[in-house]
Design a protein around this ligand. Structure first.
Ligand code: SF4
Length: 703
């Protein structure tokens, strides 16, 4: 399909696979993997291979703006002028009455960088509030804090090219075999060529990734920090540490040593529920390897102690000196295609663009000056869950939701629904009429989707790609940047008169100049003609930067990496009790994506895991008189769901698993995993605790 095909990037996970797009004689889109792309070399996973269905089938698309005059009225089709005039009128009136902090924007890691940038400029620079947060808060904000505190900035030090140079992988709190499949395929291919390469998986579930590993430590949920510290202790005891690196390039080692030596290996094994010998074996594999990569995702991040888990894991890279070297480094995996781009433009309530810090007055002044505004508010905005709490209490009056479906994806959904009902004004800007959040919208704005607009994205390894517009959006759908700029102008802000998307990109690039994420020498022309680049790209003809910190100069004031000491080694979730004796962990299945508004319309993606089922260990099922296929009622302090059970020792005794994708519109009515999860967050990252909820499981009725 190379003739007349155009290059783009997959719109699903953060791996960022290259795609070739072509149209057939009927103008239908066809896709295949780009054999020349450095990420996937022609490979695509099941989701990527079926992307054309999502583009070609417009039967679910939102085609026209819709508005209701009051909650008792149905939504009715209106013109763009009517819709955006109303939005501007309501936002002006709410801000005038209640101040700028009474409005908020909730955006998405699926937004393109230009969209993310404009939304942040609008909210932080011109509306005068920092109430803009993203659904990426739900998947990687703990990793952001981990990187910032360890390396001085939110900087992923590694490249996918390091995979083929590594000889030991520690995959923990992630199932890349299902959720980052092409990345995992590269690990498999590497191991096929070099069987001595070792893979360790730490996960309470025996996932497909764990089944492929040389060693699986099936720990009790929430005991991660104890386990990483135990591995650290064993490395110390065996002298498998890099003293030169520790002495010359780190700070805080003495405190680290003090913490990890407090718990004996035997005690750690008992607390984590793993064999002592497996801890020793894991440490020896890591310590004796020449190039070690740790890889993690939401299993670590989505926890009330998520940042502490990140610290404990990052410390293993520091103690072994495995940073800034070929084939080594810590590597957090992003779940969404542009979660990284969002981080770059400051797309969170506590961040500013180009890795500047909202709490730093000088940084605020610099950003305000760049945007030509008097000041940026010093008050941190509401984070994802805080925003919905504020809607519930009435502190937040109006919310604008872009490209995300919080009525399925946030924790404690019954509370989220209450919050949305309580809001004075809800704008939903999306592509699909299958998003449950639409039920609460006062204003619906149809957005252009993948291939229907241009812009850039950054994948998990800091690789920026350009996505061209290749097809027309259906109906009256418009690119998100156009919608936001149009709204901004109606609010009276003159700084949103862009000629095109490229001009927005150039403005952002100018802002990066002189920073650690400098891409001032990377324009659309280079991206279109030369392909993808890893930031920074800070000189004329610069080829991009595969690996950071090769000079061992970190971005902290001392230029040393910091051992951060977890303030607790134990979990702080609500523990199981007599009433709720089991631990529920939620997660993803191989062929579905987020709340299924895209993958849910591809029938062949439904065959692998057609319905949500509760995975339960046979010994727990036996006690509860539950057999394969029985309907069970799962209850937590927040709510309950009824689903079929499947018996499997892939989950350990005392643990149950339920996937999170299904919402009301996709046929599960109220039986959604997030009815059960708690509205509890990590105090530093504000990331919710999706991986540990105390539940009760009862035999509801026999199948
Ligand atoms: Fe798309 Fe991720 Fe699959 Fe690659 S691995 S094809 S980016 S979903």
């Amino acid at each position: 399909m190379t003739q007349n095909s155009q290059k783009s990037t997959c719109s699903y996970c953060g791996v960022g696979c290259g795609i070739l797009v072509k149209k057939d004689a009927n103008d239908k889109v066809m896709v295949e993997g780009d054999p020349d792309h450095p990420v996937n070399r022609g490979m695509l996973c099941s989701k990527g291979r079926n992307l054309h269905y999502v583009v070609n089938d417009t039967s679910d698309r939102l085609l026209h703006p819709q508005m209701r005059w009051s909650r008792s009225h149905p939504l009715e089709q209106v013109s763009w002028d009517t819709a955006l005039d109303r939005a501007a009128q309501v936002f002006k009136s709410v801000i005038k009455q209640h101040g700028p902090d009474s409005v908020g924007f909730y955006v998405s890691g699926q937004c393109l960088t230009e969209e993310y940038y404009i939304a942040n400029k609008l909210v932080k620079g011109f509306l005068g509030t920092n109430n803009i947060d993203t659904n990426s808060r739900l998947c990687m904000s703990s990793a952001v804090v981990g990187y910032k505190k360890t390396f001085g900035e939110d900087s992923v030090p590694i490249a996918y090219a390091d995979i083929e140079l590594a000889d030991c992988f520690l995959i923990t709190g992630a199932n890349p075999a299902w959720c980052h499949p092409i990345l995992f395929r590269r690990i498999e291919q590497h191991k096929e060529k070099k069987p001595d390469v070792k893979i360790i998986v730490i996960d309470p579930r025996r996932t497909d990734s764990a089944m492929y590993a040389d060693l699986h430590l099936q720990l009790i949920p929430g005991t991660d920090i104890i386990l990483y510290n135990a591995i650290g202790r064993r490395l110390l005891e065996r002298g498998l540490i890099d003293k030169e690196f520790i002495n010359n390039h780190t700070e805080g080692f003495a405190s680290y040593k003090e913490q990890v030596t407090k718990t004996s290996l035997k005690e750690a094994a008992r607390l984590c529920g793993v064999p002592l010998n497996d801890i020793k074996k894991a440490a020896d594999l890591i310590g004796l390897s020449k190039a070690f990569i740790s890889m993690w995702a939401m299993g670590l991040n989505q926890s009330v102690v998520g940042t502490n888990k990140n610290f404990a894991l990052l410390n293993l890279s520091l103690i072994t000196g495995q940073v800034g070297k070929p084939g080594s480094g810590p590597f957090s995996l992003t779940g969404q295609p542009n979660a990284m781009g969002g981080r770059e433009v400051g797309g969170m309530a506590n961040l500013l663009a180009v890795h500047k810090d909202l709490m730093n007055p000088e940084h605020r002044r610099e950003v305000a000056q760049f945007w030509g505004v008097d000041e940026i508010s010093p008050k941190p905005g509401y984070t994802a869950t805080e925003m919905f709490e504020a809607l519930e209490t009435g502190k937040l009056k109006a919310i604008w939701i872009i490209c995300t479906n919080p009525a399925v994806s946030l924790p404690d959904l019954l509370r989220v629904e209450k919050a949305l009902k309580n809001a004075r004004f809800v704008v939903v800007q999306d592509i699909s009429n299958k998003a449950d959040t639409l039920e609460y919208a006062d204003l619906v704005l149809p957005a252009a989707g993948w291939l229907e607009k241009e812009g850039t994205m950054t994948n998990s390894e800091r690789r920026i790609s350009y996505l061209p517009k290749l097809v027309e959006a259906p109906g009256e759908a418009r690119p998100d940047v156009e919608i936001l700029c149009d709204f901004a102008k109606r609010m009276g802000f003159k700084a949103f008169n862009y000629y095109n998307t490229e001009e927005i990109y150039q403005e952002y690039c100018a802002m990066t100049k002189g920073t650690h994420i400098d891409i001032s020498f990377l324009n659309y022309d280079r991206l279109k003609t030369e392909g993808t680049f890893q930031w920074p790209v800070n000189e004329y003809r610069h080829p991009g930067t595969a690996r950071l910190f090769e000079d061992k100069k970190f971005y902290t004031p001392s230029q040393k990496a910091i051992f951060n000491i977890p303030y607790t080694i134990t979990n702080r979730s609500i523990m199981p009790s007599e009433s709720f004796p089991l631990i529920l962990t939620t997660g993803r299945v191989r062929d579905q994506w987020h709340t299924m508004t895209k993958t849910g319309k591809v029938s062949r993606l439904k065959t692998h895991y057609p319905k949500p089922v509760l995975e339960i260990n046979p010994s727990d099922a036996f006690v509860l008189n539950i057999r394969e296929g029985y309907i069970v009622e799962v209850s937590s302090e927040n709510g309950s769901v009824r689903v079929k059970a499947t018996l499997t020792d892939n989950v350990r005794k005392g643990v149950v698993f339920l996937p999170m994708h299904w919402g009301k519109k996709l046929g599960q009515n109220l039986n959604r995993a997030n009815n059960l999860t708690q509205n509890m967050v990590d105090p530093q990252s504000k990331e919710p605790d999706f991986k540990f909820t105390a539940v009760r499981v009862e035999n509801y009725k026999k199948k």
